[in-house]
Design a protein around this ligand. Sequence first.
Ligand code: ATP
Length: 230
Amino acid sequence: MSQPAIEAKNLYKRYGEVVAVEDVSLSVAPGEVLGLLGANGAGKTTTIELIAGLRKPDRGTVRVLGHDPQRERAAVRRLLGVQLQEATLHGALTVAELLGLYRSFYPDPRPAAELLDLVDLREQAKTRFERLSGGQQQRLSIALALVGRPRVVILDELTTGLDPRARRRIWAGVEALADETVLLVSHAMDEVERLCDRVVLLDAGRIVAQGAPAGLVAQTGTGSLEEAFV
Ligand code: ATP
C-alpha cells in the first residue's frame, strides 16, 4: 500500500482545563478528499493545526507524506498548502500583487494565470483585496494556498456565510484539484456530500463516526447528519 498523505495517531491536545482533541487518529490516502465535520468547538481547527504543525500535540503523532511537522518543518511546509479561516491579507494590495508576493516565496510557483483561472478570479486581477466580495476573498485565499504546488491541501470552513452561487464557484475550484490530497473542514453536510470521498465526524474532541458521506447518516442514526450535532 502507498504511504498515507496524512497520518495522525492518537492526537491529544488540551488548553488548560479544556480538552480540545482526544485520541484522534486518521489516515488520508493520496488523492483522497477527507471532510472533517463537527459542531462549533468540536475540535476541527485544533486537529488541522496539529496536522499542519501550527500547534504541538500533548500526545500523539502526525506524519505528512512521512514527515513530522514538528521536526521537519521545512519539508512539511513544502508539501502542505493551508487555507485558514479568516486569513488576514493586506487590503490595499490587488489580487495580482498578492499572488505575486506569495509566488516570490516559492522556488517553483504555479503561474499566476493558472491560479486565477482555477479560482475564477481572472477579471478581478487588478482589484484591491478590500474591494473583493466575501466569496472572492475566499477564492483568493484558496489560490494562495495552492501557489507552492502543495501535494496536501488543508481548507478550513471554505464557504461559511456565503450565498449559494458563491459556494458553487468555490466547490468547482476544489473539484478542479485532481491530484492533491485534501483535508476539508466544514459545518455543512451539502458541502461534504459534494466534495468528499470520506467524512470524519468530531464531537467534543473525539471521532464519533466516519465513512462515506451518505453512510454516515445511517451510522449516526439520524435523518440528516446536521441533526447529529444538536
Ligand atoms: P469552530 O467550528 O467553532 O471553529 P472547532 O471544531 O474548530 O470549532 P476548536 O477551535 O478546535 O473547534 O476548539 C475546540 C475546543 O478548544 C473548544 O472548546 C474551544 O473553546 C477550545 N479552544 C480552541 N482554541 C483554544 C485556545 N487557543 N485556548 C483555549 N481554548 C481553546
